[in-house]
Design a protein around this ligand. Sequence first.
Ligand SMILES: Cc1ncc(COP(=O)(O)O)c(C=O)c1O
Length: 392
Amino acid sequence: MNHLTVESTDKAEFYQQMAQQHGTPLLILDCDQLVKQFNVLTEALPGVELYYAIKALPHPAAIQTLDVLGAGFDIASSGEIELIREQGASARHTIHTHPIKRDSDIRDALRFGCTTFVVDNIWELEKFVEYRHRVGLLVRVSFPNPNTKIDLSRKFGCREDEVSMLIQKAQSLGLHVKGLSFHAGSQCPDSRNHVHAVEQCAKIIDDVYQNSGKLLSVLDIGGGFPVEYIESVMDIESFCAPIRLALKNLPDHLQIIAEPGRYLCAPAMTSVSSVMGKAKRGDTCWYYLDDGVYGSYSGQLFDHVTYPLTLYSDIKENEMAVLAGPTCDSIDVIAEQVSISPLSIGDLVVGHQMGAYTSATSTNFNLFDKAKIVVINQAVKTVKNVLQFGKN
Ligand SMILES: Cc1ncc(COP(=O)(O)O)c(C=O)c1O
């Protein structure tokens, strides 16, 4: 599928202005999009508390925006805790979801005020013994998902038949297990694995109660909600409808939380890079951009995603082209064998849906600068300031 469109529209002017004002490479973070995504997912999953997985886009403006909307935060490292702390977000609405932690990670999280942690094995449980009066644990269960390229159940999560043994072990250590968690895989093409996982967790929760009288009170259904890149995906309402049905069958007392990353932030960021050089190699024109797979397009390697691109041109005839990044490595190519109008040095290439797992995983290999992130429409920050003023 050709993921490149050529347009000559007013939008080009906006990107030109931004490029002139800030230089390239750029990433434009539009907070209005974060608000929209949060509201749509909240409507699609009523009664589910959303904890933003900040690993997807650990940017202060994203955290401030989602904090004002009432999101909680999924944190997985001391660095992420520090970022949340700096934005003044409440520790009460955080969960530490990394199943493997050092003692210093646990201490940093507790010092911050985060008291919910995810575990998936005995050795991890033992790390909590000295903090047993201060923590509530979620046992992460693995539900492999062969339907997505980003299956997060290989590296983490215990088998379903290990849960009761872990809960017994926790009880013998004086630890409080308050629930279960899973991650059905990222960028899931459909919600079958979410539904399967919810149903299996319901059985486990029932078994635990029948066998030990212990009532688990939390189910964390993870992330995995998809966005459209170059292939179309289910709209979020259709994706969530079967999950809603499955959740309806759970006992009323259960608190349901989710940890969306990609869905909230992917549409919120747009990349603007420019052509810094060109060469004719055989029949193909090579364009060298000032951003590539070692930079904002790192998700093409790490996240297995190809981003929709737009070029702005009035020229009608096409040529075969390669769009490459700036580094000296030959894997640094973002689009190959594309048929596009000829570009000039300085022309812009715009990448869409580039908020999730892009700047988060970019490097400055070859010491090329990472793209500058420019925030627009950060209105809710002002609202928060006003609210804070109101408190004083
Ligand atoms: C524990 C955990 N929670 C949530 C997420 C976010 O997933 P997604 O971006 O698919 O919503 C991830 C992604 O790696 C994760 O590992």
